[in-house]
Write a protein that binds this ligand. Sequence first.
Ligand code: ZN
Length: 145
Amino acid sequence: MDNLRNLYQAVIMDHYHNPHNKGLKGYPKMHLKNPACGDDITIEAEVQDGVIKHINHQGNGCSICCASASMLCLLMEGKSVSFAKKEISKFYDLVQGKDGDYDSLGDANSLAGVAKFPARIRCATISWKALEMVLEGDVDEEKEI
Ligand code: ZN
């Protein structure tokens, strides 16, 4: 069990130190802040024909927030909007500790441990929430969650 936990921590720290898709390119975006932790993150996505062609993130936050944004981008790039919406809702279940089949979430499975730390759940979900809002057409605003 300890080895598994170490493995998960290594995945989180790898995304934190070597984030995927970092840096905005000017696509439709949503900027969210989590004042409880100081997380401040923007997710942008370009959707064409129901497919997320590009997705990037930018911002500052704790290791969980930044790693989660990187995992989100890695998972969603090139995928359909319907896949994305399904995986976002699965991820919310995962971090709340609900039972389920989460294999398709890939590296994001490493964040399952935040279920034991309710104050950190928002750190993990903030970027996923931002993408959800972009996909709903709720863009170019700044909000606190
Ligand atoms: Zn945080």
